[in-house]
Ligand binder design. Structure first.
Ligand code: AMP
Ligand code: ZN
Length: 113
């Protein structure tokens, strides 16, 4: 298996866990772009949002709801935060296992570069 995030899920590559359940896993980004920068991934490999289908709707909804739950636990909900889903080359996706970025703890600029 040569997917980096699948290898993290298998415990082959270490990560700092933040949240885990039967459908997804969250861990600290190795190169944080904000005081809080967490990656949230489904346990089932999906390359990107391009490959997601209507059958993945529940899973995608669960990822979003989980991101909100983690943000609440980290008390980011008062100041706000950003959830990002980079998709494909033009979307800036570098790891081809679908993931949400949860960024917070500072004021974030818009638009992105
Ligand atoms: P993206 O560019 O949207 O595909 O995001 C990939 C993210 O994975 C980047 O923010 C990287 O810093 C992060 N990343 C890469 N390798 C690791 C790792 N071993 N542990 C945690 N985060 C990683
Ligand atoms: Zn994977």
């Amino acid at each position: 298996m040569n997917c980096l995030f699948c290898r993290i899920l298998q415990g082959e590559i270490p990560a700092k866990p933040v949240f885990s359940d039967e459908l997804c896993f969250a861990f600290a980004d190795i190169q944080p772009q904000a005081p809080t920068h967490i990656l949230l991934i489904p346990r089932r490999h999906i390359d990107s949002l391009v490959q997601a289908t209507a059958e993945d709707a529940d899973l995608l909804g669960h990822l979003l709801a989980t991101a909100a739950q983690i943000a609440r636990q980290l008390q980011l909900d008062h100041g706000g935060y950003r959830v990002v889903l980079n998709t494909g080359d033009d979307g800036g996706q570098t790891v081809h296992h679908l993931h949400l970025h949860l960024l917070g703890g500072r004021s974030l600029a818009w638009p992105p570069g």
